[in-house]
Design a protein around this ligand. Sequence first.
Ligand SMILES: NC(=O)CC(=O)C(=O)O
Length: 281
Amino acid sequence: MQSVMRTIRTALIQSRVGANRSENLENARKLISQAKTLGAQLISLPECFNSPYGTKFFNEYAESIPNGPTSEMLSKAAKDNNVYLVGGTFPEIENSKYYNTCTVWNPEGKLIAKYRKMHLFDIDIPGGITFKESDVLAAGNSLATFDLEGTKIGLGICYDLRFEELAKLYRLQGVEILIYPAAFNLTTGPLHFELLQRGRAIDNQVFVLAISPARGTQGYIAWGHSQITNPWGKVIGQAKEGEEIVNVDLDLTECDKVRQQIPIFSQRRNDIYDTIKVGIK
Ligand SMILES: NC(=O)CC(=O)C(=O)O
């Protein structure tokens, strides 16, 4: 049987991020217009695209949503360019708590999804990287999806990529694309960034998009290498380190094909898995 072509043209914006919020917003605004000229319908920005990434910056740059300069820019950019815009992440404040939050805006400029990073980035690699988001941030407790012309899209943020349980829950909700704004670093990025995305894509037979800031020179240095992976686990678009737009057509019929040809979701042995009790230390 011939399947009907379902395509979404997407653009990942690997923007440069500095200390000046207005300059970061203006740079992102220009790059969103540029991505639109490439024909993109679905445009995504990086994690912490309006501020440096670091626990000491979260409260200084935090805004309430949707009443702050970052939300205003994102809403207007989505409307002016008539696109679905995944607004990377920025620090959010609500009821005196801070979150690392991703917002999604539709072509009318309306906020249609909001996701708060669920797994906070607390790691300690001596000689590599130590980071403790939980010193300042609260974790989100909810999944978030949105619909783009019949395609269901799920959201995660950076460290969430490491938790396959989250990706699987999205797949079970019918998601075909997972989008992760993500600022991996020079210790974990080269080893894990590409592989984790390919793993989530293969496990769940979904497209995976991850969007990094461009690599800077001071403070937290992002790995770059924003990436698009198809449901077979093949990398179909990848940035280098600098500022760049990655522009690719997503052929959603690939989800149908791989799910039909390798039907792992109907082959699971829940009759066995559900009987085995284990504790994870
Ligand atoms: N920055 C993150 O949230 C995650 C990361 O860099 C890693 O998991 O490694």
